[in-house]
Write a protein that binds this ligand. Structure first.
Ligand SMILES: [Zn+2]
Ligand SMILES: [Zn+2]
Length: 352
């Protein structure tokens, strides 16, 4: 059996969003049903809704930055109860038995995890994301949102927050470390906040200085424009860690030249085209070039708890269902400070 719930649906690749309905499965013994309050708009929603990353499953309901309140729980659920503040990120299931799942790195499940939308449950059912009023998921893939973070600013933490938190932790950002964040968008602004809260010295490397005031306000001590070639000389061999949040093509050798001995440059932004670099840029300083992708469930909970403890949420602009198409255009133009969040109460037909 299923339940019909309102959702914003893209019928075909690149289509405008329409108010419609989708079917959610009934609450199973280990399931949690969530009344969604807010859903963030991630740039990857746009790539998938426009089929820029390959064939998608349509109709599509994007959204993997979900925050809301538990409205029902199955008979065997122990982690959550009705009324709890909860969230869902980029995946809603994984095989639970491969070595990566057992290590709490479900984002790298060897069987392939179940994406929150534009994916399929292991049973074959399509998954639909957060641009909706309700979702049902296994309790183990539902995160607790601590008191102290409002649900609207918490939603983007489920992707933008963990995507930057995980590599910052993995590569040891903290007191005495110099960290550069490349890009001041949805990911970048969270990277700045989290790296600063971890105690690192944070520098922003952005194309222009247009968001410099924001960068310094969010915790950076330095801010440089990468359109100015001097930036690469001024910061030569300076950083222990560079996190690249942009998906544009970069002159990687110039970035690597800013790494100190044993420094690492980590990609979390995903350029469409293959990137190139000279191996000399690595060997000259025992440097590493690496990548990272979201985080596991345990680490995502750790990130939410860390953000609550440090009073961190995303800087957001809350929008209604009618503004999603326009928001997509603005995200593509980097015209958002720093995350659009959909108020899902505006999605039902009679809310129009
Ligand atoms: Zn995302
Ligand atoms: Zn697995």
């Amino acid at each position: 059996m299923t339940t019909t719930v309102p959702a914003l649906v893209a019928a075909t690749p690149g289509a405008s969003f329409e108010r419609s309905t989708i079917e959610r499965r009934d609450v199973g013994p280990n399931d949690v049903q969530i009344d969604i309050a807010y859903a963030g708009i991630c740039h990857s929603d746009i790539h998938q809704a426009r089929e820029e990353w390959g064939a998608g499953i349509f109709p599509m309901v994007p959204g993997h930055e979900i925050a809301g309140i538990v409205s029902a729980v199955g008979s065997d659920v122990t982690k959550h109860k009705v009324g709890d503040r909860v969230g869902i990120g980029c995946f809603v299931d994984s095989c639970r038995e491969c070595e990566n799942c057992l290590a709490g790195e479900e984002q790298f499940c060897l069987k392939g995890n179940v994406a929150t939308y534009n994916g399929r449950e292991y049973s074959g059912e399509e998954t639909y994301g957060g641009y909706s009023t309700s979702i049902v998921a296994n309790e183990n893939y539902v995160l607790s949102i601590p008191e102290g973070i409002d649900l609207d600013v918490a939603a983007p933490l489920l992707c933008a927050g963990i995507t930057t938190y995980s590599p910052l932790k993995h590569w040891g950002a903290g007191p005495g470390k110099k960290v550069a964040i490349v890009g001041m968008g949805g990911l970048g602004h969270m990277g700045v906040k989290i790296a600063a809260a971890l105690g690192a010295e944070v520098t922003v490397l952005s194309q222009t200085l247009s968001k410099k005031e924001d960068g310094l306000r969010l915790g950076a001590t330095d801010y440089f424009a990468t359109s100015d070639d001097e930036t690469f000389k001024t910061n030569s061999k300076r950083f222990d860690l560079i996190i690249n949040t942009v998906s544009a093509d970069l002159p990687i050798d110039k970035y690597l030249s800013m790494l100190t001995l044993d420094g690492s440059m980590v990609f979390v932004g995903l350029p469409e085209k293959p990137q190139t670099f000279r191996v000399f840029s690595l060997t000259g300083g025992r440097r590493s070039l690496a990548g990272s992708n979201i985080g596991g469930i345990r680490e995502t909970q750790e990130m939410l708890d860390f953000c609550a403890e440090h009073g961190l949420g995303a800087d957001i602009e809350v929008i209604g269902a009618d503004q999603v198409d326009e928001a997509y255009e603005r995200v593509v133009k980097s015209d958002v400070r720093y995350r659009f969040v959909i108020d899902t109460a505006t999605i039902p037909e009679n809310a129009a």
